[in-house]
Design a protein around this ligand. Structure first.
Ligand code: ADP
Length: 229
């Protein structure tokens, strides 16, 4: 569970990036966080990744107050969540298989486990056939699927996807969100997807949290236009 209680973030520049945010996201939810440029979305993601701590208020992930994490607990916490970024952040020198294996090695997984797990997650994102390709040999959509496989590698309870469709062909954006929704439905992984793409959000529907000038201005469930399932 993700919970923010009376959270304020004040940057030293004088900007109040988030003001009195109260928010609870339960396990297994799929949530879109939307808002224009400068609304406070990145600040919220940074709080959830424990890159920053709130000026006042508290942020809890799975019952842990993130401000209380110390030293290597922060790194361990970050490894426990799956992150997907707009710019993919793949290691260019490594092939697809190695990019996914890398995060498992950092998490001290055994070679035996890695040999099973990497093909399994690549299969989930339908990229088993590209295991030996380097990122630059892939389309944007494929690179993002590798990033999703990497996020899934350590079997996280929570995935945070920060503008995951920002750098890919709009047509393929829908596939990326479908993939995240499939993961949410089949594995019960909580997914928080930050986006400024209103068309995508309207298409899929679900719980939408809108942030405007640092405040939550809307938090409700809307029907999508793909309600054929
Ligand atoms: P979004 O991701 O929705 O575009 P941000 O969270 O990046 O919004 O920014 C929210 C506000 O905080 C903006 O006014 C931005 O200029 C400001 N801001 C963001 N990061 C910093 C920072 N490191 N120092 C000072 N101000 C910042």
């Amino acid at each position: 569970m993700v919970e923010l209680k009376n959270v304020n973030v004040h940057y030293s520049s004088g900007v109040d990036a988030l003001q009195d945010i109260n928010l609870r996201i339960n396990d297994g939810e799929f949530v879109f966080i939307v808002g224009g440029s400068g609304a406070g979305k990145s600040t919220l993601v940074k709080l959830l990744m424990r890159e920053i701590t709130p000026t006042t208020g508290r942020v809890f992930v799975n019952g842990k107050n993130l401000a209380k994490l110390k030293g290597n607990q922060v790194a361990k916490f970050r490894r426990s969540i799956g992150m997907v970024f707009q710019d993919f952040r793949l290691i260019q020198e490594l092939n697809v298989y190695e990019n996914v294996a890398f995060v498992l090695r950092i998490a001290d997984q055994s070679t035996r486990f890695i040999k099973q797990r990497v093909p399994y997650v690549l299969n989930l994102v339908d990229l088993a056939h590209k295991a030996r390709s380097k990122p630059k040999e892939l389309s944007g959509g494929e690179q993002q699927r590798v990033a999703i496989a990497r996020a899934l590698a350590n079997d996280p309870g929570l995935i945070i996807a920060d503008e995951p469709t920002g750098n890919i062909d709009p047509r393929l954006s829908y596939e990326i969100v479908e993939l995240l929704r499939d993961i949410n439905r089949s594995a019960g992984t909580t997914i928080i997807m930050v986006t400024h793409e209103h068309d995508l959000v309207k298409h899929f529907g679900g719980r939408i949290i809108n942030i405007d000038s640092g405040s939550i201005t809307f938090d409700d469930i809307i029907g999508g236009s793909d309600e054929d399932e």
